[in-house]
Design a protein around this ligand. Sequence first.
Ligand SMILES: *Cc1c(COP(=O)(O)O)cnc(C)c1O
Length: 363
Amino acid sequence: MNSTSENHNRYTGLIARYPDRLPVKSEAQVISLGEGATPLIRLQNIPGLLESEVEIFVKYEGLNPTGSFKDRGMTVAVTAAVQTGSQSIICASTGNTSAAAAAYAARAGIVSFVIIPEGKIALGKLAQAMMHGAKVIQIEGNFDDGMRLVKQVSQEAPVTLVNSVNPNRIEGQKTAAFEIVEDLGRAPDFHCLPVGNAGNITAYWRGYQEYFNDQLTETRPTMVGYQASGAAPFVSDEMIDRPETIATAIRIGHPQSWDQAKSAKEESGGWFAPRTDDQILEVQKLLAGREGIFCEPASAVSLAGAIHDIKNGHIPSGSKVVCTLTGHGLKDPDTAISQCGEKPVTVKPELDAIKEIILRGME
Ligand SMILES: *Cc1c(COP(=O)(O)O)cnc(C)c1O
């Protein structure tokens, strides 16, 4: 007999919606927070600035339970871990993986260990990992150092690795492509996304291929991966040792899904391209100010890249473009506030003072 709360748990979230497409048992214990089913939002104001007849949609993954697409992979990875009897999980993280791992572990009643680069994780993400009770280990090193360590330790200690080298993560994340095809009634012409560790571009490509049963090549999108100029190993086609960017979620020099991401690009006829930190922040602000959509800096690189490639004609007029906005803007309040020049004004709590500001503001 199912109680109401069990029903709720069972019939929301990705595993409930795509039981035949995911490698876990949906009739056994499922660890879900109702992830997925995020909105695909058509941009209304930005396309008009581009002198091109493109339709741009954003897949707003910041609206997942912990504020990033990592939840899609984590529901499958943690469900599989629990179903096979694991008592603890571990990941290296630039922030969002740790937030998701911590939340899903809390939900499952198991222990999470997260390794993060000291001082290089956005405030909101750290707050999440701590609130959800993760054992947070900061290292005097970067994400790539953390990745090397968690791969080693998960071989030697009884802990399940939940980075995207865990195939269950990719499986969960591919469902975003299913949702896009369901919403558009077809695949987009171009799918643009930020590339860090490269699990997500791998997952989307798999999702599109599976949805169309590995046939009908013309129905799949061209995959375009954008990176921050200071952390762009796919652009230079070689791994780098000291990645640097304000977009901390993609501050990665040794991507784990290297071969898969390159195949996605090649098989789809796509490309990789860089955007500078300034260009990324400009588009983050444009999206927030012109469309009412707040994403974190790493997410904005997808739209920054798409805008550039629309202007230069690599993405032709008439195209349908989807950009994945990987994480919510509230994750990184420091970066957001620091790029807003106009600070709030302070006045006396009096009618005239407020009126004066309104009248001045309307001019
Ligand atoms: C994890 C993450 C990325 C990068 O995704 P990969 O799968 O590592 O390429 C981009 N943006 C945000 C906000 C992320 O959390």
